[in-house]
Unconditional design. Sequence first.
Length: 191
Amino acid sequence: MANSTTTSLASLISPIVQEALFTASERSIMRGLVREYTVANNTGKIAQVPVYPVVSAEDLTEGTDMSGTSADQTITTTTKNITLKEVGIMTNLTDFIRDTSEQNVISHLGRLFGEAIAKKIDTDLVGLFTGFSTEKGPGAGAELTIQDLFEAAAELRTNNAPGQYYGVFHPKQIFNVKKALTNTFSGANNL
């Protein structure tokens, strides 16, 4: 009996990884709500992301140099440190299971791995919510209103957060918003 090795199973690794990455990108709710950064090799375990201040433009007078006017602004950035970490998932696939299964085990493993990766991404990103410094809305356990959503968007714009803005809501939180929108755009009131 021959043992499987990484070399003999190399043709299986790529399809599992491809399926896992595809599934993770399709199943993760939070991944599309954050900006992804590519970190170059050998740059350390801390990635520093610049945070730019809000600046404003000024009216100018033709023929007058901008130097020394309020339009001449110093841009001072701050940084946000992101600590990089490694996560993983592993299973043992035997020759016997691979060769006797009626299903496509490779595809199934990739899908299972991708779902696990998506859940890990979402869990880690949701865990960062406690680090936000400003809260908008009614608080825990209460339904959101359309006004809450507009106030949150206004807060983001005021603080120069790049748009477009998206949200992930629990069905019980967003119920009131759905009800208000449904009542506004349908029914006997619009006849």
